[in-house]
Each structure stands twice: as structure tokens, then as C-alpha cells.
Design a protein. Structure first.
Length: 169
């Protein structure tokens, strides 16, 4: 049985995490929705961090922690999972057709399709190696994937670190 986890987000307020949902100000949010709210910035620079849909007084250290989790999960769903799926589906179409059909033309079509799927998985893999990351953000009323480069990701973490240092002072 999972226990309720209470997280302080600033001096006065707390967020409750229980069974895959975050509760803030008596409103419950799914994980993906909460991550997108914590990553939707109206203003994000070295002077200030202002969230678009949540109050501005949330701790930068908490926002950084949520942002890192957001990028990990969103990158898994939008990059890693498709990579694995395309690769395994491509292997399936390369290995299974000789066992199913004896017609040579059908086998060729399966082989070509399998090769394209494996090629797609390698393209996704190289994009990931080059630094393609993603995160959930809220745009108007919809939660969307937002792709960022590794450089942008590191810059965002650097700005969070600046605000965390200001918070400690």
C-alpha cells in the first residue's frame, strides 16, 4: 500500500502525492498534468521565474526537481519507447515472415517494411545521442510534448541553480 507523501513547495504550501496524483490546493492533478504545469513558464530568466498556471512563490529547488523528472519521463515516452518499439517491430518483420508465408513477393515486402522500421529506430537513437530531449508543457488547455536540445536543457538547469542560490541567501 502506497503512503501519502507530503512535499513542501514553499514556506506555507504543500503538495500531496498519493497513488499517482498530486493534490495542490484541494485540486488533484495526474502526474503528466502536474509536470506540465510546473514546466509552463510565463517568464524564465536569471532575474525571475514566473509560472503561467501556478502561483509564482513555488520554490526553485522544487521546480528544478519536477523539471528533471518531467524531462526524464517525457523523453522516455517520446524518444526511448518509440525507439524500442520500432526496433522490435522491425526485427519481428525480418524474422517471422519466413515462418508464416512461402510466397517470395510477400517476404520481400515484409523485409523492406522491417528494414524501414529498424532504420527509423536508428534515426531516433542518433537524435537521442545528439541531445534530443522532451518535456511536457501546458499550452492553453492541452498538455503537449515540447522538444528541447541538450544545450537548452543545460541552460534551464543553470538558471534554476542561480535561483536556488538566491533562495539560500
Amino acid at each position: 500500500m502506497k503512503k501519502e507523501k507530503t512535499i513542501k513547495i514553499n514556506n506555507e504550501e504543500e503538495v500531496i502525492y498519493y497513488k499517482g496524483k498530486y493534490t495542490y490546493r484541494d485540486k488533484s492533478y495526474k502526474i503528466r498534468e502536474w509536470y506540465s504545469l510546473c514546466a509552463s513558464f510565463r517568464t524564465f530568466n536569471e532575474e525571475e521565474i514566473e509560472l503561467r498556471y501556478l502561483p509564482f512563490n513555488i520554490s526553485p529547488s522544487y521546480l528544478k526537481e519536477m523539471y528533471i523528472k518531467n524531462v526524464r519521463i517525457a523523453t522516455f515516452y517520446s524518444v526511448i519507447a518509440p525507439l524500442i518499439f520500432f526496433f522490435l517491430a522491425g526485427l519481428f518483420f525480418l524474422i517471422v515472415p519466413p515462418m508464416i508465408t512461402t510466397e517470395q513477393n510477400s517476404k520481400i515486402y515484409y523485409y523492406i517494411f522491417g528494414a524501414f522500421l529498424i532504420l527509423g529506430s536508428f534515426i531516433i537513437f542518433f537524435q537521442y545521442l545528439l541531445g534530443k530531449r522532451s518535456c511536457f508543457i501546458k499550452i492553453r488547455r492541452a498538455n503537449r510534448y515540447h522538444f528541447i536540445t541538450k544545450k537548452e536543457y543545460q541552460e534551464i538547469l543553470r538558471i534554476f541553480d542561480i535561483h536556488i542560490e538566491k533562495e539560500k541567501e
